[in-house]
Write a protein of this length. Structure first.
Length: 201
């Protein structure tokens, strides 16, 4: 295996909904007001990694079903693009789901679901590795489906005799909250996470 390089370029991959739900569960933060670039710097700078690029992925609610969040994400995505963040989004798909209420009664609710986000993240991770765009991939997601992509990258790195580090960064919700298997975990404390929130959102 090639020895560890002095300069390490990092590419950050942010699963917006996974990160939001993780922060809500860990810190009771109920707005997705995170600053993608600030989060990338939070993880990369103390470790001496050069933040080379940031990618952001999310599902987009249908405007006719949820105008507030549709318009919110449209504004946020445009703002991210202006800052140089590569943005990928897909429209949510809606279907009826059974939900049990506190009194035990079952009701049907229409729920939006993301489809294809984890596939897009995996494709970008593998593609950028083969294009030699990074030495460090930082995933802001705890989606275990991405384990297949990290395994593929690690196998390719051995075959190509390349050094690579695969990192999973996530809000620290306690010892029972785990990152993606086979990656190095970076637990983000509440104070650090809150320092990366945008004001006024």
């Amino acid at each position: 295996m090639r020895k560890e390089p002095e300069r390490k370029r990092a590419v950050v991959f942010v699963d917006g909904q996974n990160l939001f739900h993780g922060a809500r569960a860990a810190f009771d933060i109920r707005e997705p007001a995170f600053d993608v670039l600030a989060l990338g710097r939070l993880v990369c700078e103390p470790r001496g990694w050069d933040l080379a690029a940031s990618y952001f992925y999310t599902g987009l609610p249908d405007r006719s079903r949820n105008p507030k969040w549709h318009d919110f994400w449209q504004r946020r995505l445009l703002e991210m693009q202006r800052l140089g963040i590569r943005v990928y989004y897909r429209s949510l798909r809606y279907r009826n789901r059974s939900v049990q209420l506190a009194d035990g009664k079952m009701v049907q609710v229409l729920a939006g679901e993301e489809k294809g986000i984890d596939v897009r993240i995996a494709l970008d991770m593998v593609r950028l590795f083969h294009q030699e765009e990074y030495e460090v991939a930082v995933l802001f997601s705890r989606d275990q489906d991405l384990r297949e992509a990290t395994d593929e990258i690690r196998t390719a790195a051995k075959r190509q005799d390349r050094w690579v580090k695969l990192v999973c960064a996530f809000p620290d919700g306690g010892p029972r909250v785990r990152g993606i298997d086979g990656t190095d975990w970076v637990r983000i404390g509440e104070g650090d996470y809150r320092s990366c929130l945008l004001p006024g959102l």
